[in-house]
Every structure is written in C-alpha cells, then in structure tokens.
Design a protein around this ligand. Sequence first.
Ligand code: HEC
Length: 441
Amino acid sequence: MYMRRALAIAVACSTALLLQTVTTFPQNNPAAPTFYRDVLPILQKHCQNCHRPDEMAFPLITFDQAASHARAIQESVAARKMPPWLADRNFGHFSNDPSLSPGEIKILSAWAVGGAPPGDPHEAPPALRWTKGWNISAPDVVVEMPKAVALAPEGDIDYTYEIIPTHFREDHWVQMAELRPSSREHVHHAVVYIRPPDSKWLRNAPVGAPFTTAGLTDEQGRRDTHWTDSDILIVYAPGSSPEMWASGMAKFIPAGSDLVIQMHYMAMGHAATDRTSVGIVFAMKPPRQRVLTLQLTNDHFVIPPRDSDYRVEARGSLPNDATLLQFFPHMHWRGKKFEYNLIHSDGRIEPLLKVHWDFEWQLSYELADPLSLKAGTVLQAVAWYDNSSNNPHNPDPNQEVRWGEQTYEEMMVGFFDVAVAADLDKWKYFMRGTDGSAAAR
Ligand code: HEC
C-alpha cells in the first residue's frame, strides 16, 4: 500500500493545519474552506481513486465537478457512506481504511454550506497523476484475455473461465497486481489463479478462449472448475483495491505459468462483451516472504426461510507459522455480518475484523500491524445472513438458501492473505511442520 500512503503523506500537512481553524464559518470569513485550498486535497486523498474518468464513479477532479455535487458530497460523507468502508471501527486497524477524519468531514460540510466557493487556484495541490487506466504504477506486463467474452442481455450467466498463458520464460515475483474488466458494470467478482506448468488443474480445458463448466466435455474438467488448490494472484470485486504488497513480500508466478481467470458476470439488460486484463508490476528484487491467499470456507449450510440472523462458521488451524496480512470476506445478497477471529488455546476469542456487510462493496481489509501467528493457531470466520423481508437486497425471503454461484444463492468465503518463507509454495505450506501430514484445507 505504499503508493497510496505516499499520496496520503503528501496531503496530510495541509489538512492537519486546517483542523484547528475548523469550527464555524461565517459568510465571507477568509478561513472558510475553499475548493482549491481545502477540499481538493481531501478529494485527492480519499475519493479520486474511484471518482475520476474511466473509473467506477463520476469524476471529482475539477472545481465544476465537485461544486455541482457539493450537497451530495456533504450528505454522503456525513453519513459515512463515502468513502465506502464497512469495518466496525472498534476492532482492528487497517492500513487501507479510507475513512475521513471528523476534521475532514467538517471541512467538506462547511464548504458545501458556505456555497461551495472555488477560492484561489494557486493554492491547489499538484494534480495527481494516474498511470492511464491503472491504480498501480505502470505495469511491467499486461496479461489480457486473448478472446473477449460475449455476455447475454438477460438471465444467469454461468461462471466463465479463461486460461491465459503468461509466456514467462523465468520465475517472477509480483509486487503489485490489478484486474481491469473492459465492461466493469457486468462484473460481480473475479478471481485470478496462478496455474504452474506442472499443475494438472483444468488440463484439458481450452486455452485462450472462454468456457463454462457445462461447456467442458470431460468429467474431471467439470469437477476442476469447482475446486483448486492453485494459489490466487488477486480477487476482484467492485470497489476492491488493487494488490500492492509491502516491500519484502510478493506473490510468485513460476516460469511457464498460466493465469486462470474466473469471472462472475451479471446480465445488465443489453448484450455486451468483456475483455479483462491483469496488470502486473514485478518486485525489484527477490522478497524475503511469499504471500499466499488462503480461505476459510463453509459450503454446507441451509439458511431457513425468513430467518433474519442465520449463523455459519468455518475454522481452521495454520499448518505452519505465518504472518497474517489481510482479509477479504465474500457473501451474496443475504449477507449481514462477517467476522474473523483468533481462537486462543484457552478458548478466548479475539476479534480481528467485524464487517457490516453491504453487497455493493466487497472490500479488502489490510492489517495496519500484520500479525505473526504460530503453527497451530486457530482462525475462525463467522458469517450471518438475513433471509427476512427486512433485508432490502433479499430477492425472496421464502426460499431455503444454500451454497451456489449465483447471487440469489449464497457463499461463505473468508479469504485471507498470509506471508510465509519465500521458498514455501502453497502445497508445502500445508505440510505440517512436524509430521508432514496434510492439513484439512
Ligand atoms: C471505492 C470507490 C469510491 C471511493 C473511494 C469514493 N466513492 Fe463516492 N461513489 C462511488 C461509487 C461507485 C458511487 C456510485 C456512483 C454512481 O452511481 O455513478 C459513488 C457515489 C458517490 C456520491 C453520490 C451520492 C450517493 O450517495 O450516491 C457522492 C456524492 C460521492 N460518491 C462522493 C464521494 C466522496 C466525497 C468521496 C471521498 C471522500 C468518495 N465518494 C469516495 C465510489 C467511491
């Protein structure tokens, strides 16, 4: 996350100075906040990663753009709807928490109430420069779907896979990675797997062309679409941030690997095509630690009709020492809450993250202080579902709901990233240090 942190530091000084002056703003008070001096630095720091051209939300770059939304800005930040962040502030500290400070909220409100004045353009901070199209720095490699996926206008779209050869002649350590769909509004979520050359996973599936489970002729291939132990490069969902691992930590792509992209598309009422690409920035030097994405999953649940608080849990113990870096919970429309906990050997439960679920925002939560965990540490994920009519997202409270790919079915996946020794791959990590027996998951 160092890129974003650098931006934060660049603007922190100007807002910090302002905090003392922000109390009330009589009309024509020279201290009243202006766009260029006071508002723009906040928009740069907290909003423009999403609110800019070619991104997911309308631009908030120029004075006119911000002024025309001044009221809406005031309301959305006062209600803490923007920037989106779903973690309960009483548990854990997260380095990618984009929340505004109370002082920043006051500045934006006072600016809107004061008639959204522009102020002096000379007081503006330098405009942020974005690498065209990317939130990571300029990618060393862009891996793009060789063939676009055709999307039907109506109906369920089965999970769609595309295998993309990287043609890497040597092993590569990845410092940053970002996924960009060409048709963003159709993408519910995406997972990019790393398939090393010796992996048998989906071996008979087509390469360089989209396919679904039903389109595979061999039984093994169809089974493979539902399970893999391949490592994950990135998970993407609307609002999720690109991956930027701390220095000394990186993901590993062996020479000759393929990327296997699993796309969950949604029909949007009009036919479209999508050609997703993955931007990759290589590490400058080999890292000390390798980052692995693991998951706590429970796919054996039945949520009763009209139950407003149905609990599902998954737990697992770490086969070897690891440093816990970040969380990425995943549920569908009936999701309500999601927690990650550490269960101590005396039974004490230590909450690490509590998320008030909002299907619109599938976010990752990066620990500000990564946690060193010993082999045997038990991690627990707990999800709650609201299948009642009080849940505005619930398509049908009278259904019994089970695991399934579509959003009217449910999922319970607690992805989490750990850093391990650089020479451990996922398979070796799951060999228990002492007796070599494989872990359950
Ligand atoms: C993670 C991405 C993201 C960030 C960060 C973000 N927004 Fe948004 N914002 C969105 C999206 C997406 C929408 C919906 C846009 C649409 O409907 O066109 C939205 C909608 C809005 C709206 C419309 C009002 C509403 O409630 O629907 C306002 C105002 C707004 N954002 C202001 C801000 C401000 C101010 C910040 C920074 C303090 C911010 N946003 C940060 C993604 C983001």
